[in-house]
Design a protein around this ligand. Sequence first.
Ligand code: FDP
Length: 326
Amino acid sequence: MRFEQTFMNFILQHQERHNRTYHFLILMDAIISAAKRIQHYYLTGALKGNLGLVGSVNVQGEEVMRMDQIAQEITIHYLGSCGRVIHAVSEETKEIIPINTEGGRYFVYFDSLDGSSNVSHGLPVGFLFGIAKRNLDGPEDGHLRAGKDYRAAGMFVIPTGTFTLALLDSGTWRFHIDEIMNFVKPIQVMLPEDTRSWELSFNEANRRAFAERVQAWIAEKERKYAFRYLGALAGDFHRILSNGGLFMYPAIVNHPNPEKSRPKGKLRLMYEAAVVAFICREAGGDAVDEAGTPILEIQPEEPHQRTALYVGSKPLVDDIAQILRG
Ligand code: FDP
């Protein structure tokens, strides 16, 4: 019989190798439990009528709870019961969520169901999270942490059962769910240097609304690379991590319908952009915003701050960053 190393065993060994406490392991157990439960709901949700929109009524005549609200409730439950989280920031909740304000050790920034346009089709969505640690040496400042201060960041692609975790200075690792719902078989992920597999990923429909210099850059590069877009960050970024290339969600500066312009970008800094930027850096890549500033350097001023995002293979990020910096 062949047995693969489990995620928990992998993390346990990592903590022991670095003489660390088990608090992080307990937190990761909570996050994994949440992800598995969300995965289960997502796989069965269509049957239960749970993939619909709020306000609609399912076959049992009950109000439908939106899948992202279910995912949020599940995640908050597990983060609360593990006892290790001071506060959380979630895409679903406007305010910072206090959890264990006295004894908690970590901040968790998450979007437990990202890629909502895929939900009603049952297509892949993501669960993204970043983890930072409280100041243990003095009074806690309670500040929202920049990506460079995250200790770990990860993403699940649901319901395909892949999980990618980056640990500070210890690389990016990918796991797959097995038949008994364990994440197993750690494989270190590094962005490939061979440009033949590189891809570009962005919403082509927005293209004419990007800044002109970005449009010109795309026009120059597009013939060299394949183009893929799923519309869920975790899935699109997963491909880039494996194949190399660039995922981007540039600022929308020039939309014919001014209400659709997003000069600050669309994606959220703390639980989308910084998460994939952290994962990407540990895999040898990089990420910048519309000004060419490294995503991991941006100090958030509010929990739901938006940013433009260019993330992927370092040579492409460096190239576009130079243009963005003017
Ligand atoms: P969504 O709005 O469908 O929840 O910020 C969320 C996100 O999805 C990302 O997951 C995805 O990469 C992007 O937005 C998709 O946006 P477009 O539909 O505008 O392409």
